[in-house]
Design a protein around this ligand. Structure first.
Ligand SMILES: Nc1ncnc2c1ncn2[C@@H]1O[C@H](COP(=O)(O)OP(=O)(O)OP(=O)(O)O)[C@@H](O)[C@H]1O
Ligand SMILES: [Mg+2]
Length: 410
């Protein structure tokens, strides 16, 4: 049990720093649940298992974020949770899980293929299930409770590895996961509290999904940000808990950071973490604060800084799961989405442009920025059928239409 001072205890104001030399053994090694830790720590580690709290893992590339996430997932599995892991097109680190669990479901989009280059251990049952990306509610989410009841508690969602090789397909990632999260909430919300399944969602590279304003990868990211914030706000109420990883504090939208209560830092440079840690670690004196920052610049493998929901911290360590015992090979791409390729705004742009309006006026009319309006217009003209129709309609030659109008006086 984690040590928890009483509400009026002086310990809340205690500034003696937890020891770096003797870090908190987060999960009790070896991999099986160890004896409860019998010495006192300031942070509340029981919050990790409390469905009310979400967590964020920060750290530079190759600092062990994904490995820590996997280790956490494993601990949740041991505690009877259903765990969903988002595969982020990285090195398929989740295959490490095949060392320690006996059942795993891998969700692969229809028309795409996962085959084994090196097969999983004989005693591990792997189910490869196909889903239609536009129908995830029926194809995946509604099947989770049945799977859970039958002991299939570790689910890997593969999507990113099968998107097409173009800019537009990036937007599909965020659409897909927004639908996925919304589906998960509405499914969980319908179940009586007693019957809700505790779900831990391990979302590797959360920054892909919810970058801060102005840093969006695509327009869809920008548009869906509020929807995702809304979703994450609701999710904790239904026994669904998210742990996300990101490289830098500033890569994740502040609204999302505000939804997380627990923070884990692997190696993190000072300039990335300074402001944020300054706000989190309100109880400590300056000297300790700077010691923490200096240590964070280079942490040994398997070390991290854990900060709980009240700003209490501990240095902690964990063991990596063993190397993946299997290897996969993937083929296929997700077919063109059945979603509409053009939306209302594209249609408005098309019509207004045919009427001879300027891009500036059109941008105002459809409430988009000038550059986005241009981009959308290009997308329209890149469609062969539309291009031909525009030419037939004897509209102003396309090339000339997209040219900027000369400024007055030019
Ligand atoms: N068993 C192990 N013990 C110690 N270090 C390991 C072990 N297995 C892998 N590593 C090291 O861990 C690092 C990769 O860890 P991981 O993929 O979790 O990092 P990450 O922070 O998720 O990186 P990225 O941001 O690139 O996804 C590599 O530097 C690798 O050499
Ligand atoms: Mg990683």
């Amino acid at each position: 049990m984690a040590f928890r001072p009483s509400f009026d205890s002086d310990l809340w104001w205690e500034i003696r720093p937890p020891s770096f030399e003797e870090p908190l053994d987060l999960f009790g090694e070896p991999l099986e649940l160890g004896e409860p830790i019998d010495y006192a720590y300031f942070s509340d580690t029981s919050a990790i298992w409390d469905s009310e709290y979400h967590g964020q893992i920060f750290g530079v590339p190759r600092s062990g974020k994904t490995n820590f996430l996997l280790r956490l997932e494993y601990e949740f599995l041991k505690r009877g949770w259903l765990v969903i892991h988002r595969d982020d097109m990285d090195t398929y680190n989740w295959l490490r899980m095949l060392n320690v669990i006996k059942k795993i479901v891998v969700w692969v989009p229809k028309g795409c293929k996962l085959s084994w280059y090196k097969p999983p251990p004989a005693d591990v049952e792997v189910k490869i299930k196909h889903y239609e990306p536009d129908n995830i509610y029926a194809d995946i989410i509604q099947k989770l409770s049945g799977a859970y009841a039958k002991g299939w508690r570790y689910h890997v969602i593969m999507y990113d590895s099968f998107i097409g090789h173009n800019y537009e397909s990036l937007a599909n990632i965020v659409r897909f996961y927004c639908d996925f999260l919304l589906g998960l909430i509405s499914w969980a919300a319908r179940r009586p509290y007693e019957r809700k399944i505790p779900i831990m969602l391990g979302y590797d590279e959360l920054n892909d999904l919810i970058p801060p304003r102005g840093k969006s990868i695509t327009e869809t990211h920008e548009n869906l940000r509020e929807a995702l914030v809304f979703t994450l706000r609701k999710i904790g109420k239904h026994k669904i808990k998210i742990f996300g990883t990101a490289h830098r504090v500033n890569q994740v939208a502040p609204d999302i950071r505000a939804q997380a209560h627990l923070f884990f830092f692997t190696t993190t440079p000072v300039h990335d973490a300074y402001d944020f840690l300054n706000k989190l670690l309100i109880y400590i004196d300056n000297e300790t604060f700077f010691t923490i920052l200096k240590r964070l610049r280079y942490l040994p493998t398997g070390y991290l800084l854990y900060i709980d929901y009240r700003g209490m911290y501990d240095w902690a360590k964990f063991n990596y799961l063993p190397e993946p015992p299997a290897e996969i090979e993937l083929s296929g791409t997700i077919g063109l989405s059945r979603r509409k390729q053009f939306d209302e705004k594209d249609i408005a742009i098309l019509i207004l442009r045919l009427q001879g309006y300027t891009f500036r006026d059109i941008a105002d009319a459809v409430d988009l920025s000038l550059s986005t309006t241009y981009k959308r217009w290009y997308k329209i003209t890149e469609n062969d059928a539309l291009y031909t129709a525009l030419v037939k309609a004897e509209a102003t030659p396309i090339e000339r239409m997209v040219k900027k109008r000369p400024r007055r006086g030019e």
